[in-house]
Design a binder for this molecule. Structure first.
Ligand code: G6Q
Length: 555
């Protein structure tokens, strides 16, 4: 075994572990039990199955578990070495063994007096140095000290990046928009589809626009293509290479490529290879967000991340929010055969949260081999999807309530609204949250045939109007959506994904699955331009390319 792999407990296949076998036996006895019975048996159930940390209250009582389930799941976490893995991650062990890297996004929010060594160097000092530079730059942009080439104040920031260099800042900007400087608008360009760039830039005033080029590697095709378009716009406007310095900054780990692109390293904000792209929006990748919410807002967000980190690191598993949510996920994924998880924020400003979690979870745990390269043998990462409530209620909740699939849901809501409007004396927020509470109640308890009949329902409609219930939900309730609660919420999901990855024994920190498509696309790019097309793919791909070429007038 390599020294890297020695960082974690040697694990037998999951289905051979003692706790997993015990859970399998237990599952057979509890599978048919209804949440109606579980609640009827115990009036204290809600308080027994809830936990709170870092401003997040988690009620997980509407899950198909009893005390034995909880104990067995907690045993599974212990048996799979979750405690040791947490310690290893926080101390900088090279858990990302296929890329030979530490996994230290938690260092991005460490207090300045902490010490975390990577190759003998305290990385916390570097983190705080970059944060200070970001803060100073942010202040200069917001105050108008940093201006465009022609002297105009910056009023538009266009973030160009993709995947981990886009989804985090975008999600967080949308979430915290109510706290942003409204004199500065953020735009995001990610897709290599020209429409994305064209729409984001069609009405901007280049003289007052700052482009933030975010790319960990600075080699990503989509980002570089969009960055070149932006560069051309700026040069077309001013006709001088010198204008680039006023209108471009880069966020990257790759100084050489940044310089080659023509951005002065003085305008570059760095981060490190021990930060995974999808774990990076609290690094310099969050620069555009910091410009929007200010350095204090950003620091408040880091404080929220930190509170959840501390909780995750120190709380006993029975009270540990990320561990509990991870175990509940495993319960449905590996025993009930659930294929997906719906994430349902009752807050419009979290409308990109499910998309953000899709990458965080699916790119991390969408794996089928173990850390040692053997077949995992069990189901791993679920499909993550969702939309804000109440919109989802008028679209896909039907399937969650009465469909044939079991879809565990995370409901996310806040006690205070950032926009506390009233309509004829009625709080809009109460209308919203009444729906949150009602949905979790309906999903858990449903409506029986007797209840439907008792309402005088026509005989032929009874079956259609029955709600089976017993549909599990987690309820996450927070006071309000602040930078700190957002940070804590994101860290909760980051650590949940980590715990599941450890239990399945997969490497949650690589993403080899995105490589093949990139390589094939590179081969195809020249085949879509003038010149003869030799074919040589399979018959389907060849004919699709030929048809495309015909329609483009090339054949
Ligand atoms: C995230 C992934 C991926 C990455 C993008 C952008 O964990 O690695 O989504 O963030 O491919 O990569 P660059 O930041 O290097 O451009």
């Amino acid at each position: 075994m390599s020294p890297i792999m020695a960082d974690l407990k040697a694990l037998p296949p999951l289905e051979q572990s003692t706790a997993f076998a015990a859970l399998q036996t237990h599952f057979e006895s509890i599978e048919s039990l209804h949440l109606r019975e579980l609640f009827a048996q115990d009036s204290e159930r809600a308080s027994k199955f809830s936990a709170e940390a870092a401003g997040i209250y988690l009620d997980y009582s509407k899950n198909r578990i009893n005390e034995t389930t909880r104990q067995l799941l907690l045993k599974l976490a212990e048996e799979r070495g979750v405690r040791e893995a947490i310690d290893a991650m926080f101390s900088g062990a090279q858990l990302n063994l296929t890329e030979g890297r530490a996994v230290l996004h938690t260092a991005l929010r460490a207090n300045s007096d902490e010490t975390i060594l990577v190759d003998g160097k305290n990385v916390v000092d570097d983190v705080h140095e970059v944060l200070r530079r970001m803060g100073d730059f942010t202040d200069r942009v917001r105050s108008g000290e940093h201006r465009g080439f022609s002297g105009k104040k910056i009023t538009t920031v266009v973030n160009i990046g993709i995947g981990g260099s886009d989804l985090g800042p975008l999600m967080a900007y949308e979430a915290l928009k109510s706290r942003s400087d409204r004199d500065i608008q953020l735009r995001f360009v990610s897709n290599v589809d020209g429409t994305d760039f064209a729409e984001a830039t069609r009405d901007i005033d280049i003289e007052s626009t700052l482009f933030v080029i975010c790319s960990k590697t600075f080699t990503t095709l989509e980002t570089l293509a969009n960055a070149r378009l932006a560069r051309a716009l700026v040069l077309a406007k001013f006709g001088e290479e010198k204008s680039i310095a006023a209108h471009f900054v880069a966020v990257s780990t790759n100084q050489e490529q940044v310089e080659e692109f023509g951005i002065d390293p003085a305008n570059m904000f760095g981060f490190w290879d021990w930060v995974g792209g999808r774990y990076s929006y609290d690094s310099a990748i969050g620069l555009s967000l910091m410009i929007a919410i200010g350095r204090d807002g950003f620091s408040e967000m880091l404080q929220g991340f930190r509170s959840m980190d501390q909780h995750f690191r120190s709380a006993p598993f029975a009270e540990n929010l990320p561990v509990l949510m991870a175990l509940l996920g495993i319960w449905y994924n590996n025993f009930f055969g659930a294929e997906s998880v719906a994430v349902l924020p009752y807050d419009q400003s979290l409308h990109r949260f499910a998309a953000y979690l899709q990458q965080l979870d699916m790119e991390s745990n969408g794996k089928s081999v173990t850390r040692q390269g053997e077949s995992v043998g069990v189901q791993t990462g679920p499909i993550i999807w969702g939309e804000p409530g109440t919109n989802g209620q008028h679209a896909f909740y039907q399937l969650i309530h009465q469909g044939t699939k079991l879809i565990p849901c995370d409901f996310i809501g806040f006690c205070q609204s950032e926009n506390p409007l009233e309509t004829e004396g009625q709080s809009m927020h109460d209308l919203l949250m009444a729906n949150y509470f009602a949905q979790t109640e309906a999903l858990a308890f449903g409506k029986t045939e007797e209840e439907v009949k008792a309402e005088g329902t026509r005989e032929d409609l009874v079956a259609h109007r029955v709600f089976p219930g017993n549909r599990p939900t987690n309820s996450l309730l927070m006071d309000r959506l602040t930078p700190a609660t957002l940070g804590a919420l994101v860290a909760l999901y980051e650590h949940k994904v980590f715990v599941q990855g450890i239990i399945w024994n997969v490497n949650s920190f690589d993403q080899w699955g995105v490589e093949l498509g990139k390589v094939l696309a590179k081969r195809i790019i020249p085949e879509l331009s003038a010149g003869s097309f030799p074919g040589g793919h399979d018959s389907s791909t060849d004919s699709l390319i030929s048809r495309y070429r015909q329609h483009r007038g090339l054949e």
